[in-house]
Design a protein around this ligand. Structure first.
Ligand code: TYM
Length: 378
């Protein structure tokens, strides 16, 4: 069965089927990003919008209007996002981080970035503790390479930072029942008890700044929508602890280079990893699924379909500006551009991105400690 015909499943651990984002808004009880809200955002962000907002790559939110109102009234917010270190980072993971960097710059916001080596140890049967701790460091390099401000960015590495987090994790865990996490996360009798406790740990950074400074500080979480179950639980607990509910802004999934489905590390041939050699990445792009026709003659006559094309999706999510993507869409539909040419353009950009990113990643190697959360920073 192709990914597009499968039933839609979106959980923090599994995403499959054709994703219907409108349906997710309804099922998860979030709000769409309205034109009015985006205008308010544009004004506060200095008159322009990030392409990921302009194009609704970020498409849904909870309490973004509230957090912007507070910001307008002079109350700053903190950002919170993260990574489960189970392998190399792919450029799908980078999409919300690139947006988070934009938010840090525009709103001069502090970022807590949680690396959940505990979660990945508990989740993957075959992992020893060494596995996620190796990937934690490797993945942090990708974050640092994006240029986050070291004075305003704190990487929380769960197994190292737990001393400071444990008190809050307990406060949270005491107020969430097993029946709630079973309903929210689908836990079974066979689920290990570490995973049953873990959602309390992922909730902690949403309240950490407030706990450390001793008064409520709003928190905004940019991430793909797969992480939403954590925030539903976290928001339920917030008032019981006297904290603000964290706000969210959710993005869509950057697809893989195959026929539908999100980019996923479990399908390495259709994912571009930040540590792939530029040559390998180029090969993956050249082998990508497109919306082309059976023959060139047919394509010139009838045009192709950008809406199912993974190459177009990459350009749309990450690699093209407003004018260029509009022209590409037009030329694709009109049969003026063939898939081979389109793939070559993207391959070149991906190669350039990787060469530059890998240089920055190399420079990040001595800087991990500089970003690591230290309770004395508070
Ligand atoms: P993880 O490592 O599965 O994913 C890291 C981030 O990447 C997003 N993501 C994607 N975004 C766009 N396109 C894709 N194809 C794609 N695949 C993954 C995820 O939504 C996430 O934002 N439990 C978390 C770690 C975590 C976290 C957080 C994430 C802890 N605290 C706060 C976000 C916010 C995890 O395993 O993420």
């Amino acid at each position: 069965m192709s990914a597009n015909n499968e039933e839609m499943v979106v959980t923090p651990w599994e995403v499959r089927g054709k994703i219907d984002y409108d349906k997710l808004i309804k099922e998860f009880g979030t709000q769409p990003l309205t034109p009015e809200l985006l205008e308010q955002f544009r004004t506060l962000a200095g008159g322009t919008l990030h392409p990921q907002l302009e194009r609704r790559v970020f498409f849904s939110h909870r309490d973004l209007d509230w957090i912007l109102q507070r910001y307008e009234a002079g109350e700053k917010f903190v950002l919170y996002t993260g990574r489960g270190p189970s392998g190399p980072v792919h450029i799908g993971h980078m999409a919300p981080w690139i947006f988070t960097k934009y938010l840090q710059d525009k709103f001069d916001a502090k970022l807590y970035f949680q690396i959940t080596d505990d979660e990945r140890f508990l989740y993957h049967d075959q992992f020893s503790m060494a596995e996620p701790s190796k990937w934690a460091y490797e993945n942090a390099l990708d974050l640092i390479a994006l240029g986050f401000d070291p004075r305003k960015t704190r990487i929380i590495l769960d197994t190292k930072s737990m001393g400071v987090m444990y008190d809050l994790a307990l406060q949270i865990a005491k107020r969430v029942t097993f029946s709630t996490v079973r309903a929210v996360f689908g836990f079974q009798d066979s689920t290990n008890i570490g995973l049953v406790f873990y959602p309390a740990v992922q909730a902690v950074p949403a309240f950490l700044e407030s706990a450390l400074v001793g008064h409520n500080v709003p928190c905004l979480i940019p991430a793909a929508i797969d992480q939403d179950p954590y925030w539903r639980m976290t928001r339920d607990v917030a008032p019981k602890l006297g904290y603000y509910k964290p706000a969210q802004i959710h993005c869509r999934f950057v697809p893989g280079l195959g026929t539908g489905g999100k980019m996923s590390a479990s399908m390495p041939e259709t994912a571009i990893f930040t540590v792939d050699s530029p040559e390998l990445a180029k090969k993956k792009v050249l082998a990508a699924f497109t919306g082309g026709r059976a023959t060139l003659e047919e394509q010139r006559r009838l045009g192709a379909n950008p809406d199912v094309c993974s190459v177009f999706a990459y350009d749309y999510f990450l690699f093209m500006g407003e004018k260029e993507i509009g022209e590409l869409r037009y030329n694709c539909l009109a049969g003026n551009i063939m898939c081979g040419e389109c793939k070559s353009i993207l391959a070149e950009r991906v190669e350039k991105f990787l060469i530059e990113h890998q240089e920055k990643r190399e420079k990040a190697k001595d800087r991990f400690e500089e970003y690591l959360f230290n309770p004395k920073d508070a």
